[in-house]
Design a protein around this ligand. Sequence first.
Ligand code: KDG
Ligand code: MG
Length: 455
Amino acid sequence: MSFRSHQPGRRNFLKLAGAAALGAPGVAGGPARGASSADPPAGGLPPLKITEVRVIVTCPDRNYVLVKILTSEPGLYGVGDATLNGRELSVATTLEKHIAPLLTGRDPEQIEDTWQYLYRGPYWRGGPVQMTALAGVDLALWDIKGKRAGMPVYQLLGGRTRVGALAYTHASGETFQEVEDAIRRAMERGFKCVRAQVAIPGLQDTYGTAAKKSSEEIAGRVPQQAGLPETELFEPSPYLRTVPKLFAHLRAKLGDEVELLHDVHEKLEPVYAARLAKELEPYHLFFLEDPLRPEYKESFRLIREHSTTPIAMGELFNTLWDCVPLIKEQLIDYIRCDMDHIGGLTNARKVAALAEAFQVRTAWHGPGDIAPPTHAANVHLDVSIPNFGIQEMVFFPDVAREVLPGGPTFKDGYMNVTDSPGLGTDINEEVAKKYPYKRAYLPTARRKDGSVQDW
Ligand code: KDG
Ligand code: MG
């Protein structure tokens, strides 16, 4: 019996159940390995096996970790993204040393079973390293399934629910005027929604702004610092004084139509986040992003009790269960997990379904430090679910596009995917070799008294 069969014969099913109950090693070790030649073909297609798992670390403009899964069908492979900014080699090692040996010989069609096997199988579960590794495998398997079916992944997810995915980009500046100008430029490019961040007087290089770089250069392209990480300075008081004034300026100058967003980046303590959300109310943000640290979800209640500013959260979450308390209590309005850090499409679509039940919409994380296969998977999901909200996006530089061709398109404020089978992204391994890994870190932050602050 193989899990490949869509409708396993009853006799085979009982055999498997009996074997599992007895702890038969073939079953516990992964059912697909045992696919026998007597297995019925899946939907008329011949049996398929994973023959090789390649882990490719490359740094065209910044570091990316890609997973290429090859199959027994000549020319049929899938490409997934397993990039974890600043910890790339931990994920690559997990994939190479621990996960790849488990995959060779398995049936790539059994995505859910492989996901469960890799999530629950090792006993130790969750965490950003393992969940990013799992995402890399998961996305590659969805890519294979789409290519095999001759369909884009959104068709496998149920088909289109919308013509495109409303997108937002980032605008930043040293002054309110610079932020306003950057938003105007984004609007000229077609964006209807823009995230706004401004430098905070007295604090150097606050998150989302960086002196010496244009807003477009920074947009979504989180700094990667070669050598050792730099330290930024943060104090809540000047930040809390400045941000409402920024949005007062932007609304006065830009009017009400453009949708504005702001990322707190988990920097605030609950009472200050509640104050900020309350003071931003008159400016009608699309959402206020990641106001609190991810650990203690109850704190979100305080924000809710004091403000109607829509709240988004989730880029530091790693599992479906991180999302449950905030969604089921309706403490947020947008769930914005990073598909690359919560185990890929298989888990993200469950998060979306959970959110749908509680009238929470999606806003998957879409920064420049995850690679095109994740951006593509985001949009395949966006255009196929009923409760999509908004999609963060980034324009990759030419050098990255040469290594990682394909990916979503952007027009008139909306992202889209093409109808090419699978995810619609690829990797050029020869070009990737020209750009070896370079050690790099995210910045860190401290308060004026020297103590550690969330960046
Ligand atoms: O690597 C960290 C980035 O992914 C993060 O800082 C980007 O917060 C971010 C965002 O909203 O894009
Ligand atoms: Mg963010």
